[in-house]
Design a protein around this ligand. Structure first.
Ligand code: BGC
Length: 279
């Protein structure tokens, strides 16, 4: 049976999808992108999702990211998207338009899961924080490779202001901040996070992490190891696919191993639906 799953990432400017090989995170077909409708209300976004599913002729389950808190498929926050999402059962909406089984999770959680499984956090135990610096600041918290979902550390208050308004990539470009001024803000934010969580590793993602050499060396006052994300553009899609696979283990099961091997592998027992990144 194919170890493949379709992942779709809802971003501020584009909605992107690709079938993902779950063993290595590679796309098995070229990524397909459609501009995010403006305003990004639920119905127009759902239509785009349906077009992407149709484009790939995909008939299995689908994993989809959403840039806010998601609990049991329901969108519970909408910091950077239309308020029409609030309280909406996004998973059911997407299931209705696509006719597929849908798993929806927070965008940074998806990116984090992908980074932990295949990127900069691979094999890392202990407390790890993955941040996505973009329009907002997304966060994913892992303890021994297991995700604690919906952490929303981008909304920690610093000097009476939402952290993402001060330290996101958007704040840097909109306020025309140079790398060093922005790095100072980021340092304050990361030091604050460190005081709360004491992570051993902080992975910095989002498009700006491609230029990490411009700002990571300028970060001060943080003890934790800080590294750039490895999957950057694709992390959301890959993580969404992994979440759908975790929710539908039978659809992506590898051929059953011989009995003795199966018994030996019981420590690796994984509950359906649990998103676990480390192996
Ligand atoms: C949202 C998060 C999201 C992040 C990145 C924040 O404003 O509250 O849920 O992960 O932006 O999109």
């Amino acid at each position: 049976m194919a170890r493949e799953m379709l992942g779709i990432d809802i971003g501020g400017s584009g909605i992107k999808g690709a079938p993902v090989d779950l063993s290595d995170g590679a796309f098995t077909r070229e990524r397909f992108r459609i501009d995010t409708p403006r305003p990004a209300k639920p119905k127009p976004v759902a239509k785009v999702i349906a077009r992407i599913v149709d484009h790939f002729g995909w008939d299995g389950p689908v994993g989809i990211t959403y840039p806010g808190v998601v609990i049991d498929g329901v969108a519970m926050s909408a910091a950077n998207v239309s308020k029409h999402w609030l309280g909406l059962d996004a998973a059911s909406l997407f299931a209705d338009v696509t006719g597929r089984e849908i798993t929806v999770l927070n965008d940074a959680d998806a990116a984090g899961v992908a980074e932990m499984r295949l990127g900069a956090g691979r094999g890392r135990r202990g407390t790890v924080v993955v941040l996505t610096l973009g329009t907002g600041i997304g966060s994913a918290l892992f303890t021994d490779g297991v995700l604690v979902p919906n952490t929303e550390f981008g909304h920690i208050q610093i000097d009476g202001k939402d952290a993402e308004l001060r330290a996101s990539a958007k704040a840097r470009t909109e306020e025309g901040l140079g790398w060093s001024r922005w790095a100072r803000r980021l340092s304050v934010y990361l030091a604050h996070l460190e005081a709360l969580l004491s992570p051993s590793l902080i992975i910095v993602g989002g498009g700006v992490s491609r230029k990490s050499d411009r700002f990571l060396p300028l970060i001060e006052g943080v003890r934790a190891e800080i590294v750039p994300a490895r999957l950057v553009n694709n992390a959301g899609i890959v993580g969404a696919a992994m979440a759908a696979a975790a929710a539908h283990p039978a659809e992506t099961a590898e051929p059953a191993p011989p009995r003795a091997v199966r018994a030996a592998g019981r420590n690796g027992d994984r509950r359906p639906g649990k998103v676990e990144a480390a192996r």
